[in-house]
Design a protein around this ligand. Sequence first.
Ligand SMILES: [Zn+2]
Ligand SMILES: [Zn+2]
Ligand SMILES: [Zn+2]
Length: 315
Amino acid sequence: MSEERFNELRGEEVVYAIHRQDRTFLPSRDHCPLCPTRPGTPPQAETEIPFPAYEIAVFDNRFPAFDAPRGAAEVVVYTDDHDASFGTLAPERAEALMWVWRHRYRELGARPDIDYVFIFENRGVEVGVTLHHPHGQIYGYPFLPPVPALEIAADERLGSCAGCALLSAELADSRRVLYESDAVVAYVPYAARWPYEVHVTMREHRASLLDCSAGELRALAGALQTVVRGYDALFDRPFPYVMAMHQAPTTSAAPADAGTPGESGHLHVEFYPPLRTAEKLKFLAGSEQGAGTFISDVLPEESAAELREAIARGA
Ligand SMILES: [Zn+2]
Ligand SMILES: [Zn+2]
Ligand SMILES: [Zn+2]
């Protein structure tokens, strides 16, 4: 079982999930636990998914950071094709994934022990991926974690939804906007912390996936795939990133009126890529770790121009 301890100096929880040291680390493709189980495989050699083929699979993480009755940790496998990626999924599959995420947000968010449902993907060994098969994860936190708490604090500081306010500012400026549809906008934020950070946000105020129409979910899938394909085209290599979806907290204690209109939280997806060039990583060093201030050597307007070209190449 994992243990939570409150770190007084940081004012935040730290989770000790010590059993995770034993988890599967970069297995060969013949031993991939997320591949389908071929017919005739003996039971002891079955993968995590006991079917010869599948579309999208969701199951409890065998090495969970959180577990009932104090949270949840799930794995979401995007496809049974070991060599695919989020960007290469058929558009219908990516759209189906939005519905799977929506369903998990609803189910996990309804649990009294889960205050925040966090959907994310780590891609690439640069961000610590231990399995290459295309997949993401969902954590159900038994508390409101610091990053979404800061976003709610931003709503309060601005007196209305920060997501709506930042989007209008980006659209008015337009230099950092990468992609627009009727429902979704992608941009490099004005004060990006990572050289190629991108935010993909709903054009209308939507607190969570539950508030989105079918058309908006389709548009979100399309925008996310466009960004990821652009990333892969940028340096002509699979582009590592952390993808983080932020939505309204699912605790009844969450301030319901922090965002106007609607609930606190504005559905958006943030990408944090660790690369600053094709080969060089951005390290979090003294200033970032010890003082909490990001120092970047590229302006967001410059990386936005590069990413716009890459998105055109990747389309
Ligand atoms: Zn696989
Ligand atoms: Zn909003
Ligand atoms: Zn966010």
